[in-house]
Design a protein around this ligand. Structure first.
Ligand code: NAD
Length: 325
């Protein structure tokens, strides 16, 4: 029997990496992508076999059109910007909550049985004593965190009311190639360094995050697709890393050729101070095992960005190189 998969948000950072891995495996006969290209771009999937459907998850007709063709869905499309969600919570709600309910409704109508819902660890749990795990109560500090907690709750409700099989995967901070458009910390720092601009640090740099390399995350998503365990799972490295450690690793992988200017600012509202993840449940039930060291992952990410200097505004990149020690 032929099996078709839909990846919503497949043009984005995680989606385009995932589809590249999926296209090398024999798990699905056809890969469909639904994306409105608001942050991602279809060009990220050039040369990778897939069928692109340009559409918006806020529009039920677009969603039905895509969902009716498939058996399995990985739902990644979202407004992912935590700080923007604080200035525009209604837009964030429309995309992340209403959009997810549109997917669930379409699954119900077209009898699609299995969904992986992309969720988040830190932003849902809020400020707490890490490591963060699945049994902690939710306490979001941002509209983004609230939208993801709400989407998880709808997944639970549709699973119990209509018998849909759903796995919510709570990703920690993901980094890696194909993240040129991202504002997350490692991508943002590398872009600033290449442009000769100061890296913005909110707080003293001793705040911690759990950074997972995108190939490890994609392996976790693929394990979940294979095992179809219902419920909520944290996917992270299981390790805390300070922002200052990231700066030191970036100095290292760039061969100390760039002046790294640092600009310290106040902590931002809505961001948690300390976060890392307990991945025991994902290890036990999904066989999840991250393998890429932070240093190797940052080196691969740096190498990806350095080859993008045409897009990164070459004149500014040039200035950064001239400023080097
Ligand atoms: N990157 C991380 O560190 C991280 C951490 C935790 C959770 N997540 C979750 O993983 C998922 C993927 O994140 P990402 O980092 O790849 O983000 P991304 O912004 O690169 O990708 C999101 C994709 O969704 C598309 N999209 C946005 N709104 C849409 C809409 N209304 N209709 C159709 N498509 C739409 C965008 O064009 C983009 O291609 C998101 O759900 C995000 O919340 C990411």
């Amino acid at each position: 029997m032929s099996t078709h998969i839909l990846v919503t948000g497949g043009c984005g950072f995680i989606g385009s990496n995932l589809i590249k891995y999926l296209s090398t495996l024999n798990l699905f006969d056809k890969i469909f992508v639904l994306d409105n290209e608001i942050t991602g771009t279809a060009a990220a999937l050039a040369g990778v076999p897939h069928q692109f459907i340009r559409g918006d998850i806020r529009n039920q007709r677009d969603v039905d059109e895509a969902v009716k063709k498939v058996d399995v869905i990985v739902h990644l499309a979202a407004d992912t910007r935590v700080i923007n969600s604080i200035s525009n919570p209604v837009y964030n709600f429309e995309v992340n909550v209403h959009g997810t309910v549109n997917i669930l409704e379409a699954m119900r109508r077209h009898k699609v049985q299995y969904l992986i819902n992309a969720s988040t660890g830190g932003a849902i749990i809020g400020e707490t004593e890490p490591p963060v795990h699945e049994l902690m109560p939710v306490n979001p500090a941002s509209a983004y965190g609230a939208s993801k907690a709400s989407a998880e709750a709808y997944c639970s409700a549709y699973s119990q009311s209509y018998g849909l099989s759903i796995t919510s995967l709570r990703f920690s901070n993901v980094y890696g190639p194909l993240s040129l458009h991202k504002g997350s910390v490692i991508a943002a720092f590398i872009k600033k360094i290449l442009r000769g601009e100061a890296c913005d640090i909110y707080g003293d740099g001793y705040q911690t995050r759990d950074f997972i390399f995108v190939s490890d995350l994609c392996q976790g998503i693929i394990k979940a697709l294979e095992r179809k365990e219902r419920g909520v799972f944290q996917l992270g490295s299981g390790q805390p890393t300070t922002i200052n450690e990231i700066i030191n690793l970036l100095k290292d992988v760039s061969g100390h050729k760039y002046n790294l200017e640092l600009a310290y600012h106040d902590y931002r509202v809505g961001e948690v101070r300390h976060n890392y993840t307990d991945i025991t449940k994902a290890t036990d039930y999904l066989g999840f095992k991250p393998e890429v060291s932070l240093r190797d992952g940052i080196q691969i990410t740096w190498d990806y960005f350095i080859n993008k200097d045409d897009i990164l505004n070459s004149s500014l990149t040039h200035r950064a190189i001239q400023n080097a020690d």
